[in-house]
Design a protein around this ligand. Structure first.
Ligand SMILES: C=C1C[C@]23C[C@@]1(O)CC[C@H]2[C@@]12CC[C@H](O)[C@@](C)(C(=O)O1)[C@H]2[C@@H]3C(=O)O
Ligand code: AKG
Ligand code: FE2
Length: 346
């Protein structure tokens, strides 16, 4: 079934006030600046597999409705995040800077990137320390629910691509050793003075996510943007009841470039806070990253050198946000018309 999403109404409220969930999305596309965000209804097993594949090929991004995660799990985690970010700065700074896990403020990664945000970064696979047991509980409950959604989406993706086994993608990120990360981001409203100097202050600079896929949920504050294939940026209307899925660099490799990782960024909002929670599904460190043989057409060659997730992540964490992290692993292919043949033609 194709359903149309109602453009979300953005209510203004005081910074860091959790918003009440809006009415459930009933209508299959949400529009923004005349751009249509592909919307997949997870409760529709018939058309979703092919729609997921189409969205991943065209954009590397889609919105997911009817995902089955109770809104109470999302709003509880949002409230826990809001409680933490509302603490006095000196309290939050106890765990700062993140190494790379913990609390971070304005600095993103360790290579000089900055943004108008503060955040908490967790490693779900190994025990990260949590600011409070209630936040730990809320995060565990939410991530358990997201894992089910990730499994379903990745299995529908395999169905849509007509490859077997169904769990060919999901087993990579659902494994006990899979490197799963979680991030709570808080973008405070951008002060008018700063807005005056630069009307579009960057919250989180443009980048692709290195993992297989990322699952984003935010409150109803706009600011999230994705890049289209022609390089233009479009805003994604926020929808706190839905999830947004980003294709990551690793999925680009697994599909030999058939799916492209989506470039995205967050612009700061002048009036209200944005709070987002992102689940990053990575692989286990020793897992080989290479195109799936089931997806290779006759004679098709891999676009990438072989490497493990550990090698890729180690390299990725030495790069700046906007860098193309896959370039080091791309195989340079000689064009069919090489210089000598050009010379002979001339
Ligand atoms: C600048 C950086 C931050 C980042 C590590 C990196 O060196 C390049 C990749 C960045 C990114 C983007 C997606 C996720 O938010 C993240 C946690 C990840 O796995 O890769 C961040 C890293 C980070 O914030 O440490
Ligand atoms: O906070 C957001 O909405 C997106 C942040 C993001 O892309 C990231 O943390 O990798
Ligand atoms: Fe991201």
């Amino acid at each position: 079934m194709v359903v149309l999403a109602k453009p979300s109404s953005i209510t203004q409220s005081s910074p860091l006030k959790p918003q009440k969930p809006t009415t459930p999305t009933v209508l299959a596309y949400s529009t923004c600046s005349s751009f249509i965000i592909p919307t997949i209804d997870l409760s529709d097993p018939i058309s979703s597999p092919s729609s997921i594949v189409k969205a991943c090929e065209n954009l590397g991004f889609f919105k997911l409705t009817n995902h089955g995660i109770p809104s109470s799990l999302m709003s509880t985690l949002e409230s826990e995040a809001v409680n933490f970010f509302s603490l006095p700065q000196s309290h939050k700074d106890i765990n700062c800077p993140p190494s790379p896990f913990g609390y971070g403020n304005k600095k993103i990664g360790s290579n000089g990137d900055v943004g108008w945000l503060e955040y908490l970064l967790f490693n779900i696979s190994s025990s990260s320390s949590f600011p409070s047991s209630s936040l730990r509980y809320a995060l565990n409950e939410y991530t358990k629910a997201v894992r089910k959604v990730v499994k379903e989406v990745l299995e529908m993706m395999a169905d849509g691509l007509r490859i077997k086994p169904r769990d060919v993608f999901s087993k990579l990120v659902m494994n006990e050793e899979s490197d799963t990360m979680f991030r709570l981001n808080h973008y405070p409203p951008c002060p008018p003075l700063l807005q005056g100097l630069n009307s579009s202050l960057t919250g989180f600079g443009e980048h692709t996510d290195p993992q297989v896929l990322s699952v984003l949920r935010s409150n109803n504050t706009c600011g999230f943007q994705i890049a289209l294939r022609d390089g233009s940026w479009v805003s994604v209307p926020p929808d706190q009841d839905s999830l947004f899925i980003n294709v990551g660099d690793s999925l680009q490799v697994l599909t030999n470039g058939r799916f492209k990782s989506v470039k995205h960024r967050v612009m700061a909002n002048g009036l209200r806070s944005r709070v987002s929670m992102i689940y990053f599904g990575g692989l286990s460190p020793r897992e080989r990253l290479a195109p799936l043989p089931q997806l290779m057409r006759e004679g098709e060659e891999s676009l990438y050198k072989e490497f493990t997730w550990f090698e890729f992540k180690t390299f990725a964490y030495k790069t700046r946000l906007a860098d193309n992290r896959l370039s080091l692993f791309e195989i340079e292919r000689k064009t069919t018309t090489n210089t000598s043949s050009v010379a002979s033609i001339v």
